[in-house]
Every structure is written in C-alpha cells, then in structure tokens.
Ligand binder design. Structure first.
Ligand SMILES: [Zn+2]
Length: 75
C-alpha cells in the first residue's frame, strides 16, 4: 500500500479522535462526592477514586496512531 494512502488514513483516524474524544478538562462539583465533566457529563465519585489521571489523556490506541503517523511522515 502506498505510504501516502496510509498517512491519509491515519490522519483521518487521529482527526476523528481529536474531534470526538472528550478530555474532560473543565469539570464542576456535583453534590458531595461527584466531579462532573462540563462538556460530556461524565462523572466520577470521590469514594471510588475520583477522576483518574488518564481521563484527560487520549486513549493509548490513538496515541499509538499519532506515533506511527509521525514515523511515516518522517521517512
Ligand atoms: Zn468530558
């Protein structure tokens, strides 16, 4: 498969992920125990560990797609 086709497909995937993945950057408190995302409404309970650090990161599969894309573009 041509490299430019691979790059184009990976860009489509990473662009799609960037648009559709909420990184939960703005949150507010709800009640006594809840932290709630202002954008998507996802919520985390303090008594179940609260919002994890990984909640504000792209999923690993998308990070991997970015890495492969950078490698392909660097060739
Ligand atoms: Zn969110």
């Amino acid at each position: 498969m041509e490299r430019k086709i691979l790059i184009s497909a990976l860009k489509d995937v990473t662009d799609y992920a960037a648009i559709n993945t909420c990184l939960h950057e703005e949150t507010h408190r709800g009640g006594v125990i809840w932290e709630i995302c202002d954008t998507c409404g996802m919520k985390w309970a303090d008594d179940r560990g609260g919002k994890p650090q990984s909640a504000s990161e792209m999923p690993n599969v998308i990070k991997n797609a970015y890495k492969i894309l950078a490698d392909l573009e660097g060739i």
